[in-house]
Design a protein around this ligand. Structure first.
Ligand SMILES: [Zn+2]
Length: 204
C-alpha cells in the first residue's frame, strides 16, 4: 500500500496515476500525472496533493460537481469506470431496442407511436431494466396521441436509459472533450463536430 502523497510529483516515484472520483455521480476520471500537471498549470491550480481538487470539477456531462475525491492509482490497476461485462448479444439487443425507442421519441409529437416494434423494444428493455413502472410509463405515453411537446416521450425514455446505466447495462454518455458543433450547413472542419442533422458524406 502506498502512503499518501504530498505533491503531484510524488506519483512518479510510486508509479501511479491520479484518479478523481465524483462524490455526487461516482464518475471516475484517470489522469497521467504529467497531463494533470500541465492542466493544473494552465488553469492555475496547485499541485500540492491536498489542494489539487480545489479548481477541478467532475467532467461528466450534466454533473460538473466540485466535490471530488483524489486517489493515487498504481499503474495496471482497474481502468476507470470499468463497465459491467456485458455479453455481445445482450449489448446488441439493448442497443437495437434503444434505437427503436429513440426513433419513436423523435416521431412521437402529436401522434401515437405505440406500435408493435415499440412493444418489442420495451419487452427487451424490461428484461434488463427489471422495472415494470418505467416501461409502463413509456408505453402509456407512447399510446397517447394528445401529448404536447413538453410532456413528450423523451422524459420516460431518459428515465429508462438512466435505469439501464445505473444497472451497468449501457455506458453513461460521457463527453470529455469540449467539442463545438459546427453551426453552418457545410462540412465540419477538423476539431468541430458535424451538426446532428448534417448529411454524412463519407469518403470525400
Ligand atoms: Zn459527477
Amino acid at each position: 500500500m502506498v502512503g499518501r502523497p504530498k505533491h503531484l510529483s510524488d506519483l512518479k516515484k510510486i508509479e501511479a496515476d491520479v484518479r478523481f472520483t465524483c462524490r455526487r455521480c461516482g464518475f471516475e476520471d484517470d489522469w497521467a500525472p504529467d497531463n494533470l500537471a500541465k492542466h493544473l498549470m494552465v488553469i492555475g491550480g496547485s499541485q500540492v496533493w491536498s489542494e489539487i481538487t480545489r479548481h477541478l470539477h467532475c467532467r461528466r456531462v450534466g454533473c460538473g460537481s466540485p466535490e471530488l475525491r483524489i486517489l493515487p492509482v498504481p499503474y495496471a490497476r482497474r481502468p476507470a469506470n470499468l463497465p459491467r461485462r456485458v455479453g455481445k448479444l445482450d449489448s446488441q439487443l439493448l442497443a437495437t431496442a434503444l434505437q427503436i425507442l429513440e426513433a419513436a421519441v423523435a416521431r412521437s409529437p402529436g401522434r401515437s407511436v405505440a406500435g408493435v416494434e415499440v412493444r418489442l423494444a420495451l419487452l427487451v428493455v424490461h428484461r434488463y431494466a427489471r422495472d415494470r413502472q418505467l416501461v409502463r410509463d413509456y408505453w402509456e405515453c407512447a399510446g397517447d396521441a394528445a401529448r404536447n411537446v413538453s410532456e413528450g416521450l423523451s422524459e420516460p425514455y431518459a428515465r429508462l436509459r438512466k435505469r439501464l446505466e445505473q444497472l451497468g447495462w449501457i455506458a453513461p454518455h460521457v463527453n470529455l472533450e469540449r467539442v463545438h458543433t459546427w453551426p453552418w450547413n457545410s462540412p465540419a472542419p477538423p476539431g468541430w463536430k458535424a451538426p446532428p442533422d448534417y448529411p454524412r458524406q463519407e469518403g470525400e
